[in-house]
Design a protein around this ligand. Structure first.
Ligand code: NAD
Length: 342
């Protein structure tokens, strides 16, 4: 049985922003992973496992750090009894995924419940099943997490649309038709408007082929330049940069992608331009709300209660929009203020 090595890099990196950053290695299968624990003061850290290619180990480590901080905002805003964590597995040609997931699961088990993992980009139900064979600290909602995430995104879009209705025919551009994006595309017309004009970009031709025929397929490099009422980012962040923010042809930005903005300052420019930005950590919290409800709450009808909690994203976001409008502030500023816990 492979036993990965775990190295605590927190003091080596001089990190004060995070509780811990751990490097996980198992050379026999090519595993290099980072587990970032951002906030350990409000319960165990929860957050997905991302498998992705990176230019360097440093980039991978930084991604785990940034995504875990985002998770803290997500669980704090949702009022969940946990902190933010995140892990990344560095993908490469020689990675033996099956063994790597097993070794990663053992590493999570060795943390003794400080970190609960779930799916993210590059890891779906199958990967989680493999990890689950080696640790019990896995999101207990063992169904496809993207269903819960997409449900939350649709709730967010209902809120954004009622705050900022379209003057002409309703149109949307969806960036990314993977696990979440494809479900959002399928639910948009029933949730928002039956005659919504829909354009979708994804460099993966197979992802586009699975979409309904009347969806317009557009090239990835034109998505941010295609005028539409709503832009729905469901690929990878960051999407809105200091450079492109001044030319985005949308009225609303609301989607599942994590860390959509290059930095928080970009939200101020969106606000000044009159573009309504629905903070990503509110909109894409469906899966963690479901996981935490199953994990931490007692009693019957847990799944139904989780769905109801996800649907409340609509009203919680409307409340943020309302306060932002009253104070002429960006919704991000209002939402971040609501993540501060005593
Ligand atoms: P996924 O890997 O299944 O899908 C991502 C899709 O984006 C892929 O089809 C990929 O080809 C496409 N893509 C990549 N670059 C693109 C580009 N430049 N333009 C257009 N498309 C591009 O991932 P997912 O699980 O659907 O997650 C999507 C986003 O939502 C990620 O940012 C993820 O972190 C976030 N998120 C997901 C969940 C979840 O439950 N899956 C939960 C919270 C947040």
């Amino acid at each position: 049985m492979v036993r990965p090595t775990i190295r605590d890099m927190t003091s080596e990196l001089g990190l004060s922003s995070h509780a811990r950053i751990l490097e996980v290695k198992e050379p026999s299968c090519g595993l290099l992973a980072f587990i970032a624990l951002h906030d350990v003061n409000h319960g165990p850290c929860v957050g997905g496992v991302r498998r992705s290619r990176y230019r360097s180990a440093e980039d991978a480590c930084n991604d785990a750090l940034s995504l875990s901080a985002q998770m803290t905002r997500k669980v704090a805003f949702a009022g969940l009894p946990c902190g933010g964590g995140k892990s990344v597995i560095v993908d490469h040609k020689a990675l033996d995924r099956n063994t790597a997931y097993a070794a990663f699961g053992r590493a999570v088990e060795m943390l003794d419940g400080q970190y609960f993992c779930g799916p993210d980009v590059g890891t779906g139900t199958d990967a989680l099943e493999r990890i689950r064979e080696h640790t019990s600290y896995v999101n207990p909602a063992d169904n496809d997490a993207s269903v819960a995430t997409a449900r939350g995104v649709l709730a967010g879009l209902r809120s954004a649309l009622s705050e900022c209705p379209s003057i002409g025919p309703l149109s949307a551009v969806v960036q990314g038709a993977g696990n979440v994006g494809s479900l959002v595309v399928k639910g948009l017309r029933t949730n928002l408007h039956s005659e919504l004009a829909l354009s979708v970009s994804d460099p993966n031709a197979r992802a586009l082929r699975s979409l309904p025929e009347d969806v317009r397929k557009i090239a990835s490099d034109v998505a941010l330049r295609t005028p539409a009422h709503m832009f729905i980012p469901c690929a990878l962040g960051p999407v809105v940069s200091r450079e492109n923010v001044r030319s985005l042809p949308f009225s609303v930005i609301c989607g599942s992608a994590n860390t959509q903005l290059e930095d928080d300052a970009v939200a101020q420019v969106l606000h000044a331009r009159g573009i309504l930005y629905a903070p990503d950590f509110i909109v894409n919290a469906g899966a963690v709300i479901e996981g935490a409800t199953v994990l931490f709450s007692k009693g019957d009808n847990v799944r139904e209660r989780a769905k109801a909690a996800i649907d409340r994203i609509e009203y919680r976001l409307s409340d943020v929009f309302h306060e932002a409008r009253e104070n002429d502030a960006s919704p991000l500023n209002v939402a971040v203020a609501r993540t501060i816990r005593r």
